[in-house]
Design a protein around this ligand. Structure first.
Ligand SMILES: [Zn+2]
Length: 390
């Protein structure tokens, strides 16, 4: 009896030890985390948002913003909350009917990208001073991220983050990259940047029913707020062929700061934002959308050097656009810079960057901004562009 019991205890201990060893080794494979993005973890599909040709542009985006603000707030770079947001994005894409054939989760660790990643990588001809102005806005967050024992950002032990990538092949190999970062600072991040994330999700869902000539690559970037780390990792992962195929990059960030809607498009030329056939086509599209919707999308070419993900594409000679919604016109003066405007921002990087705060203080603005940017993005994706040369 006793012997039998001892045997049973030894067996239980042995099985437990084995389970612990398997668990630890299994965990180590994922750099300290379990394999969160294994396709099997996403076997259960949710219902997609109902969306057809008659659904008003922006409507689905607003629902996505509400969800991220209420349930996925504080998506700090390299945190568990950021990871949950990435999982949710994957779930949404699967619910729309996209498959793992076209979805990729690109995981990376904090240590994979250097400090001030943009100026330090690639054959950059952009003076560091131009980039430093932009990056300076991000510095305080960067320093808070690492090795600050008295602040708990829910950082993952593995210090991992991830980009979620959806590729929709077109007839042409020429590619349009559409990007938005889904991480945030410590707040709900409704405008910065659930708004851009939601815009991409709505666009991806709409493109399910529309033929695209160009190949479209949606990239939901992680770890933007820590210094453009996700996008830098992504750009470094592109092959020469990828760079050759890239027609341009569109970035959506901070779409709800105010009612003044800007598109900041260009590429780096002699210390300034250059124009080319692509930016001219963008201007035409904007004029069309403005006439069609009776709105006022405004060009602001210098803003392409603003502190967001499009910045990482400029040192490679690419043409890029930064879409943003600011409360700018009331503060406008000659020589006003984007950095100055961002300094005047009322909700950016504050607890006010919340779905409900924005809705209560500016009723209807969210619907309006998301509607205009959704139409604009779709027209940009479907426009015809001449041969890819600067
Ligand atoms: Zn942002």
């Amino acid at each position: 009896m006793t012997k039998k019991l001892n045997g049973a205890i030894i067996l239980i201990v042995a099985v437990t030890l084995l389970a612990v060893i398997v668990g630890v080794v299994g965990g180590m494979r994922g750099g300290g985390d379990i394999d969160r993005f294994a396709p099997d973890n996403f076997a259960e599909l949710r219902q997609p948002h109902g969306l057809d040709a008659t659904t008003a542009h922006g409507q689905v985006s607003v629902e996505h913003i509400r969800h991220m603000s209420d349930y996925l707030y504080n998506r700090f770079p390299f945190s568990y909350k950021e990871m949950f947001a990435a999982e949710w994005i994957v779930e949404e894409l699967l619910a729309m009917g996209y498959t793992w054939e076209h979805i990729e989760v690109q995981e990376f660790a904090f240590a994979d990208v250097d400090f001030f990643p943009v100026p330090m990588h690639g054959a950059s001809e952009i003076p560091d001073s131009v980039l430093m102005d932009s990056m300076a806005l991000m510095m305080p967050i960067y320093f808070l991220l690492d090795e600050t024992p008295f602040v708990n950002f829910n950082t993952r032990a593995s210090r991992q983050s991830q980009n979620v990538i959806l590729t929709i092949p077109g007839q042409s190999e020429n590619t349009i990259i559409v990007g938005a970062h889904y991480d945030s600072v410590l707040y709900p991040g409704a405008s910065d940047n659930a708004s851009g994330t939601a815009l991409l999700l709505e666009s991806a869902q709409r493109m399910k029913t529309i033929d695209n000539y160009y190949t479209i690559v949606y990239v939901f970037f992680g770890a933007e707020e820590a210094g453009l780390i996700g996008v830098t990792y992504y750009v470094n992962s592109l092959t020469e062929q990828d760079h050759d195929n890239l027609l341009f990059m569109l970035n959506a960030d901070v779409l709800l700061e105010g009612p003044d809607l800007f598109y900041m498009g260009g590429y780096y030329r002699d210390g300034q934002s250059g124009s080319n056939h692509i930016t001219e086509t963008w201007d035409e599209v904007a004029r069309d959308v403005n006439a069609q919707l009776d709105v006022n999308l405004m060009p602001w070419p210098e803003g392409v050097f603003g502190p967001s993900d499009q910045l990482a594409f400029l040192p490679h000679g690419h043409t890029a656009m930064f879409m943003i919604g600011l409360d700018a016109l009331q503060y406008w003066h000659d020589g006003a810079t984007l950095e100055y405007m961002l300094g005047m921002a009322r909700v950016l990087h504050s607890p006010r960057d919340d779905f409900h705060y924005i809705n209560e203080n500016w009723p209807g603005k969210m619907e309006q901004n998301m509607m205009v940017f959704s139409v604009f993005l779709e027209e940009l994706l479907l426009a015809e562009y001449a041969v890819h040369t600067n």
